[in-house]
Each structure stands twice: as structure tokens, then as C-alpha cells.
Ligand binder design. Sequence first.
Ligand code: UDP
Ligand code: MG
Length: 329
Amino acid sequence: MNVPVLTIVVPCYNEEETLEETTKELTRVMENLVSNKKISSESSILYVDDGSSDRTWEIVEEKIVSNIYVQGLKLSRNFGHQGALIAGLETAKDFSDCVVTIDADLQDDVDAIYQFIDKYQEGYEIVYGVRDKRDTDTAFKRNTALWFYKLMEKLGVKLVPNHADYRLMSKRALDEFVKYQEENLFLRGIVPLLGFKTSKVFYNRKERFAGESKYPLKKMIAFAFDGITSFSVAPIRFVSFLGFLLVLIGILIAIYTLFAKLFSFTTSGWTSLMLSIWIVGGMQLLAIGIIGEYIGKIFKETKRRPRYTIEQNSFLEKRKGQIIDFIKK
Ligand code: UDP
Ligand code: MG
């Protein structure tokens, strides 16, 4: 069995209060895995400092010197949780066989990493950490998160419920992942799109170890909005549908107003007003919807997502076998 090089990517934004404990915990896991020959001793913990304004980076620099596992990446400013994760993944990909991403606040159970590695050894390319219970989150956060998953599902975006960004990805999955070159990259939506053999590991989510959540309501809403608009054109389609409906209603109202004008007394001007409001209004909305449809197409095109991902190619494998046979001779 080959021993993989593991990198644990940890995004950090103003985490001076948690880094000490987080490093201790992650180092413990690393040491256990290395001494059990589950991972290579070249494995590392990669802290990604997302433009913190506190002592986060200083602490990381200290750790780089004092702890053989710790490596650091400092971003030039705050790019947000997703940006920090992507920076970490793209950096780690080139010198790791598999990468685990985890938050700095120890809310996710670090011991689940043992199971992640076992699953990886069984041949899974992506392993999702899924929260068993969410009773340590506030009721508000739990409910809003649940609505969000439901809404996303309705809009046709595949997400893994109760999974945040605690997961393992193999080098192979990462190589495919970096082909998704879109600006607004919503990790939780993209990873399931990669396909491959995936598995889940369940764990209990704990309270934040120290410090405050870096995800206030404002950021949560922005995150949800980004998630929806970077995956779905459903809102645009809804406008088209509304326009179409309004034109239909407009036609009915037009018939009614014309009848009213012909067969009963109506105030002068009423008919023409009614007609223009309904017909013109409906047509405008329909036109916006149609323009929206085209914008939706452009939106999809500009993402330049890969059109497919090959998991196995017998052609290549045969060639590889032939080459190996040739070398052996
Ligand atoms: N984080 C980041 N950049 C940000 C906000 C957060 O790198 O702009 C990091 C943060 O340091 C933590 C992780 O993302 O490691 C998750 O943030 P947090 O725990 O505050 O979110 P919550 O668990 O409350 O959703
Ligand atoms: Mg947290």
C-alpha cells in the first residue's frame, strides 16, 4: 500500500484565539496518521490567512518554524471563506495526493479525518463530512440552512445536505476541480458536479472553540444569493413565465373591455387605458424575460465549465500496460 501525502487546508480569518488549539489538535491527528503509516511524513497543515487584521499571520509564521507539519499561505486581502479555500486547494494540489479542508474553529470533529483517510484508501475520490446533528448551531442558523438546501434543490442545484466545506478530495478530483474556471465559484455546488466515487462520513458538529463566527447574517445572505445565482437561471425563467401569464391575462381583459365599451356605458378613456396597462405591461415583462433568457445563456457560456470528466479510459490503460510490459522486457 502506498502512503499518500495529505494536506489539511485551513482557511483563517482573524483566528488568533483558535490557532493554538487547532494546531495542537491537527498535529495530534497528523502524528497518529503518520505513525500508523496511513499518510506520508511529508504531509502538512496549510493555514490560509485570508487577509486577517489580527495576529493570525504572525502565529502562523511562528508555527511554520516550530512545527514540522505547518505551512502557511497569506492572501493579500480578505477574499472570503470560499476564496481562501480555493487558494488553499489549488496550492496544495501540486504536492499532495489528497487534501482535507476544515475550518479553523474546531467545530468540525478532527477525528473524522481518520475515516476520511480510510475511505480514500478504499478508493473514494471525494469524502464529504456530514453533520449528524446540528444542535450546537442556533435554531436560526439551522432553519435558514435547511430552507437554503430545500430552495437550492428546487432550483436544480445538487448539494449534499448538512455538509459544509469539511471534506477530502483526491488529487484526481482536484485536477478536475481546477478546470472550473468561473469567477463566482460556489464550492459546495461544484464538488458534487465532479462526479467520481464519493462517500460520506458522519460527525457531530461542536460549538466554535473560541472567537466569534465570521459569518454574520449579511455574509450568510450574500453566500446564499451567490450560490443560487451562480448555478441557476430559474429566477430569469420565472420572469419570462410571469410575462407570458400577464400577456394572457391582458388578452382576456382586452376582450372584456372591448365588450364593455360596445355593450354598456363606460367612461371615455377607460378602455384605452385598460388595454395599454395590461397588454403593454405584459409585453414588457415578456420582453425582459426573453432578454433574460439570452443573458442566462451568456451566463452559462462565460463559465466555460468542462463539458465532461472521464473517470476511466480503457484505451489509455491498455497503452500504459503495453508501455510497462515494454519497459519490463
Ligand atoms: N473565514 C475566512 N474568510 C472569511 C470568513 C471566514 O477564511 O472572510 C474562515 C474562518 O476563519 C473559519 C471558516 O472560514 O475558519 C468558517 O468561518 P466561521 O467559523 O466564522 O463560520 P460559521 O462556522 O459560523 O459558519
Ligand atoms: Mg465555524
